[in-house]
Design a protein around this ligand. Structure first.
Ligand code: GLY
Length: 321
């Protein structure tokens, strides 16, 4: 098939890479490859720590995609850290939040190692560096800045929080602010914590980089870094990991997460399978985790017509199912 992919974030590039691997002809279009939400993302591969009530479908998808990440990362030549996630609470109320998360994860069969101080390790979780992933993908997948006319059999829309008309209303931006620091004393694994009720995560990377995130705000305005957002993140992160006080603050970034009405991605035909317009969008907080699974699902759909009903965009567009 000849497939056009609009959007060179981690989703569009992963889809394009999978299609190329399967022998299809692919054109990826993006004037600023890798500059959207993928640029901000912390890269946590953590379906259980991100689990929330009534989001069991997302947990299942996350687990399926996490299982793909090892071979996916090997193929791209990027490292994945597999040291798990430490859930930690600062005050008594925050520790109750940890206990609630642990109970939820265990209810859904996730492995948890409880610690004496009320914290808990999710040993099966991992993390990666999304910028390294995007760089590796850009080395494999050519991207052009402008959409030129040309014959194609299908178009995959993977433009994150700004889908083109007439699909724009299917996603809305949820602003996330995120920090990058450099520390000589980083945590040994990802911390997911609550500090006086504020949720925060601290993700260590190689060479002392530490990512601290993230705010979450419904907003119509373009995403910008705010003084209040940076203050909240730093206050919460250093309460959990005091050594961050000495860390160099390297970068503060804001991007919109692409959120759908039910928090589940849109993967499949936009309206009618025969139209050849396929969505790979709306991954909200889970784009990095779900990238390899989304790539398989889109490629499988284009080759066989199969669609996962949970992700089918026609649940919102009213198209033929
Ligand atoms: N997945 C983390 C975030 O969206 O902040």
């Amino acid at each position: 098939m000849r497939v056009k992919v609009l959007g060179a974030g981690i989703i569009g590039l992963s889809v394009a890479d999978e299609l190329l691997r399967r022998g299809h002809r692919v054109t990826v279009v993006d004037p600023a490859p890798g500059a959207g939400a993928s640029y901000a993302a912390a890269g946590m591969l953590s379906p259980s720590a991100e689990l929330w009530h009534h989001e069991e479908a997302l947990l299942g998808l996350g687990r399926r995609s996490l299982a793909l990440w090892g071979s996916y990362a090997d193929r791209l030549g990027v490292p994945v850290r597999t040291d798990g996630t430490l859930l930690v609470g600062y005050d008594a109320g925050d520790r109750q939040q940890v206990a609630r998360q642990v109970a939820l994860v265990e209810k859904h069969g996730g492995r948890v190692e409880r610690c004496a101080d009320g914290s808990a390790v999710l040993p099966d979780e991992a993390s990666t560096d999304p910028r390294a992933v995007v760089t590796a993908l850009l080395g494999r997948v050519p991207v052009v800045p402008v959409d030129s006319a040309g014959d194609h059999d299908a178009t995959v829309l993977a433009t994150g929080a700004t889908l083109p008309s007439p699909y724009a209303s299917l996603v809305r931006g949820v602003r996330g602010e995120i920090l990058r620091l450099r520390s000589d004393d980083p945590p040994a694994r990802t911390l997911r914590g609550w500090v006086h009720g504020d949720a925060v995560y601290v993700v260590p990377r190689h060479r002392g980089e530490v990512v601290v995130g993230a705010t979450s705000e419904e907003h119509d305005a373009p995403p910008v870094v705010t003084a209040g957002g940076v203050r909240r993140l730093l206050t919460a992160a250093r309460a959990l990991w005091p050594a961050l006080d000495r860390a160099e603050l390297v970068e503060a970034t804001a991007r919109d997460r692409p959120c759908t009405p039910d928090n589940l991605p849109l993967v499949g035909p936009a309206v009618e399978a025969a139209d050849g317009v396929v969505l790979a969008a709306g991954h909200y907080r889970h784009g990095v985790l779900l990238a390899p699974l989304t790539a398989y699902l889109v490629a499988d759909h284009l080759e066989t017509g199969v669609v996962d009903p949970v992700l089918d965009p026609r649940r919102f567009t009213g198209g033929d199912r």
